[in-house]
Design a protein around this ligand. Structure first.
Ligand SMILES: [Fe+2]
Length: 225
């Protein structure tokens, strides 16, 4: 009997990411997981259209929150949030969604701006429609701060390497965006930044009250540990 796709995912994570200590996993490990995720379909994790009604979260596959599936009704938004020191794989399983993602222009310890606002460079602003390949963001590139906006009801499988951990400096922070041109230049900007060059200010905010994730039972194939 062929190995279930979700079992391959579990094993690929265990074999490649169980002890990531470098700033980022190796490119070989990233490619291994990417190829497993690229082939995963909704049925492989027990997702059906009926499950999409009014649920935002769906069965994290394991208790350390390394993997999870988010189900979004049409127009739902996962607000801008970051993934400090993390590599994140996002595989859209079903539907269409807009991913908008930024990277910081300055690393945290070289940020010239002393306000709550940080300058960010737009990396992605595209509509993705399943089936499509896995999107990958990195600690300082690839759009580490992102927002998901559901164009249709949709579901996305996320793998976080390593997972969020407050005590290890990997907390999730939420942001709102302001157009670059809406705020005065304080004279510290890098050469070449202009108002329509894909830059924005991001301001740290509390988790929005209307952003609610409800857990739901995982109903896909069993995984053997
Ligand atoms: Fe995310």
């Amino acid at each position: 009997m062929p190995t279930a796709a979700v079992q391959k995912l579990y094993e690929a994570c265990n074999e490649n990411f169980s002890s990531v200590v470098a700033p980022e996993p190796s490119s070989r490990s990233i490619q291994t997981l990417r190829s497993v995720l690229d082939s995963i379909k909704p049925v492989d994790v027990g997702l059906t259209e009926e499950l999409f009604e009014n649920i935002y979260g769906y069965g994290f596959l394991e208790p350390n929150l390394q993997k999870g599936i988010f189900c979004l009704p049409a127009s739902a938004v996962i607000p801008f949030h970051d993934h400090p020191r993390m590599t994140v794989f996002s595989k859209l399983l079903f539907g269409s969604m807009n991913i908008k993602a930024y990277d910081w222009v300055y690393p945290m310890d070289t940020e010239p701006n002393t306000s709550q606002l940080r300058l960010a460079k737009l990396k992605i602003d595209n509509i993705f429609t399943a089936p499509c390949n896995t999107s990958i963001l990195h600690p300082t590139s690839g759009g580490n701060i992102h927002q998901f906006r559901a164009v249709t009801s949709c579901a996305v499988l996320d793998v976080l390497v390593p997972p969020y951990c407050d005590t290890a400096g990997r907390s999730c922070t939420y942001y709102c965006e302001y157009p670059y041109s809406s705020l005065p230049d304080d004279g510290n900007m890098i050469t070449g930044v202009d108002s329509d060059g894909g830059f924005a200010w991001l301001e740290e905010i509390e988790k929005p009250d209307d952003f609610i994730v409800e857990g739901a039972e995982y109903k896909g194939p069993l995984i053997e540990a």
